[in-house]
Write a protein of this length. Structure first.
Length: 84
């Protein structure tokens, strides 16, 4: 790797505001704000809108769309096209 061209890779806290959840990981993200973590050290904190704790796909609250019903309703409204 070339020296001096890569951003600093360091511990950063990501905080999910929707679920009031935070986790410590390593990243190249930067932030002016800091937070004191459970280990007593201070780390930069990045606020995120959604994480695996609050995302509907991971929490099991995702809705399944009825695509077959939509297709049938479209065909009733506009008619089926003939085959080629």
């Amino acid at each position: 790797m070339l020296k001096g061209i890569h951003p600093e890779y360091r511990p950063v806290v990501f905080r999910d505001r929707a679920a009031d959840y935070a986790f410590l990981t390593r990243s190249t993200m930067t932030s002016e704000r800091t937070i004191e973590w459970e280990d007593g050290n201070t780390y930069p904190v990045v606020d995120v809108e959604i994480s695996d704790v609050s995302h509907p796909f991971y929490t099991g609250t995702a809705r399944v769309l009825d695509t077959a019903g939509r297709v049938e309703r479209f065909e009733r409204r506009y008619g089926k096209r003939g085959g080629a």
